[in-house]
Design a protein around this ligand. Structure first.
Ligand code: GDP
Ligand code: K
Ligand code: MG
Length: 301
């Protein structure tokens, strides 16, 4: 890792907020590559994932976290623990909220949690592209109060259009102290390619099967074989019930085919090469309840 130039700033920034406010979308936008999967389904993000942005002035290591919500089963409580402990290891919190609606009780709950941790915080209002003009005033007032009570700077932006994200970046840079490179300047994520590949398959399951299967699915890359022309990948999709396996496979294998084809295209972008993808589905009852199985599948508390 090279020595940072004079006046260089750096630090770890946790992305904290309710599920679906756009934390992962924002991180992908800022680092310029899809490393975190996103979807309209809550709990899309399961692991803590680092995304690194390096410019000539700053290196920001974003720590993407699962959204904070009330735990309902073992997986849920591992997710909440992950988010809460992420706050403690960072230099700065970017508290992301859905700026298309006024602050709600969930936001106030998280604001208190962050405040108790005592870490410098920027309040980020995402999704302004969805804000209706008639709501703008009430929205601005509710978040101004949330931030003002705690002396947090506030920045409005859209992670999908990119509007305001330049100003956000300046705001974050300004809030960080002078520091070194933590990662090589060209590194974008700390996660191995295999993990992102598995996530790209899980993303397609989330997007294509919607509410029926998503929360009971895990994906593991079993084998990667590279030769000069093509990379062959064997992946296992793990579900809890035979009925979910049937949904995933679909009529005459149609669902599996659609998931595989879209995931393969996303994976080809990631590795910039040709992929042959083979998927199989396995029923493993109650994997979410079991800590050892969770760890085996890569969800570390
Ligand atoms: P997370 O759970 O906080 O990580 O949220 P995601 O990044 O997975 O995003 C949840 C949903 O919100 C996805 O469908 C995104 O496409 C959508 N989304 C994220 N940011 C924006 C935004 O700025 N504008 C709009 N309109 N949608 C967004
Ligand atoms: K989501
Ligand atoms: Mg996410």
């Amino acid at each position: 890792i090279p020595v940072a130039p004079e006046g260089f700033r750096s630090g770890f920034v946790a992305l904290i907020g309710r599920p679906n406010v756009g934390k992962s979308t924002l991180m992908n936008h800022l680092v310029g590559q899809k490393i975190a999967i996103t979807s309209p389904v809550a709990q899309t993000t399961r692991n803590r994932l680092r995304g690194v942005l390096t410019t000539d002035q700053v290196q920001i290591v974003f720590v993407d976290t699962p959204g904070i919500h009330k735990p309902q089963h073992q997986l849920g409580s591992v997710l909440v623990q992950n988010a809460s402990s992420a706050i403690r290891i960072v230099d700065l919190v970017l508290f992301v909220v859905d700026g298309s609606v006024p602050a709600g009780r969930g936001d106030a709950f998280i604001a208190d949690l962050i405040q108790r941790a005592g870490v410098p915080t920027v309040l980020g209002l995402n999704k302004v592209d969805r804000q209706l003009p008639e709501d703008a005033e009430a929205i601005a007032a509710s978040y101004a109060q949330l931030a003002g009570d705690r002396d947090w700077p506030l920045q409005t932006f859209s992670a999908t259009t990119g509007a305001g994200t330049g100003a956000l970046l300046e705001q974050l840079t300004h809030a960080l102290e002078p520091g070194p490179y933590y990662y090589p300047p060209d590194l974008i994520t700390d996660q191995p390619e295999r993990f992102i590949m598995a996530e790209l398959i899980r993303e397609q399951i989330l997007l294509q099967t919607r509410e029926e299967v998503p929360h009971s699915v895990a994906v593991v890359i079993e084998r990667v074989e590279e030769d000069e022309k093509i990379t062959r990948i064997l992946a296992m999709i793990c579900v809890e019930r035979p009925s979910q396996k049937a949904i995933l496979i679909g009529k005459g294998g149609s669902m599996m085919k659609a998931i595989g084809s879209e995931a393969r295209q996303q994976m080809q972008k990631l590795i910039d090469g040709k992929i042959y993808l083979e998927l199989f589905v396995k029923v493993q009852p109650k994997w979410r309840q079991s800590r050892s199985q969770l760890e085996e599948l890569g969800y570390r508390p």
